[in-house]
Design a protein around this ligand. Structure first.
Ligand SMILES: Nc1ncnc2c1ncn2[C@@H]1O[C@H](COP(=O)(O)OP(=O)(O)OP(=O)(O)O)[C@@H](O)[C@H]1O
Ligand SMILES: [Mg+2]
Length: 223
């Protein structure tokens, strides 16, 4: 039975695009789902998201950053994810606990075991049934986010928003994050499916739909 799917991967790998496409597909199939994201899935989280991503010129220590993400998650799980799952919805979440391990652990160097324990507290033990790791070369993802920033240039300028704090990090940081995600996938093959995200939007979507269909069919036959 799948009730919770997370989308993970580096910046610009296509998480939000694929989540939206899957949500559209599922609702056309009559499956009730809830799309949400981290950070920013609650009112409190929206404020934390601004601090985490848009406060570009203010130094934030790795530990401060970590606790802000965990605060966002704790609120999100209790206020949004658990109630939606309890109401029988299929929850689709843009980033979850694996992002903390990849960015704050592999990227910033915070101890991975400590992070896992803190993740468990913040998520109250909620673990996705299925995680899509959208994996592509760092430069592919970053060039997509740059295209997105320039194509939204007027809107972004109006909001004073350009690259976020992570998009500003160097290539090495993003390579460490990518390696981290891939190691996490290797360690949890039952949950995390690595998707080659350098392909077209349509072919990635096809693969994701196929995998979700298989999981849903398992659910029905298990009933
Ligand atoms: N497979 C793809 N091929 C080409 N362009 C893509 C692909 N997937 C997404 N894009 C485009 O790349 C940009 C980034 O995609 P998207 O916002 O879905 O990525 P993301 O992983 O959610 O990024 P972020 O980490 O910044 O939230 C968008 O402009 C999107 O239209
Ligand atoms: Mg996104």
């Amino acid at each position: 039975m799948i009730r919770f799917i997370s989308f993970e991967g580096g910046d610009g790998s296509g998480k939000s695009t694929q989540l939206e496409l899957l949500a559209g597909y599922l609702s056309r199939q009559g499956i009730s789902c809830l799309s949400t994201r981290e950070p920013g899935g609650t009112n409190l989280g929206k404020m934390l998201r601004k601090v985490l991503l848009e406060l570009r010129d203010e130094p934030i220590s790795p530990e401060t950053e970590l606790f802000l993400y965990l605060a966002d998650r704790a609120q999100h799980v209790q206020e949004v994810i658990e109630p939606a799952m309890a109401a029988g919805k299929l929850v689709l979440c843009d980033r979850f606990t694996d992002s903390t391990l990849a960015y704050q652990g592999y990227g910033r160097g915070v101890d991975l075991d400590a992070l896992s324990r803190m993740n468990a507290i913040a998520s109250r033990g909620v673990v996705p049934d299925l995680t899509f790791l959208l994996d592509c070369p760092v430069e592919v993802g970053l060039s997509r986010t740059q295209t997105r920033s320039s194509s939204h240039a007027s809107r972004a300028a109006a909001k004073g928003k350009a690259e976020d704090r992570f998009e500003r990090e160097g290539a090495l940081f993003h390579e460490q994050v990518r390696r981290g995600f891939l190691e996490l996938a290797q360690a949890d093959l039952a949950r995390i499916v690595v998707i080659d995200a350098a392909r077209s939007i349509a072919s990635i979507q096809q693969e994701i739909v196929m995998i979700v269909e298989q999981k849903l069919a398992t659910r029905h036959s298990a009933k």
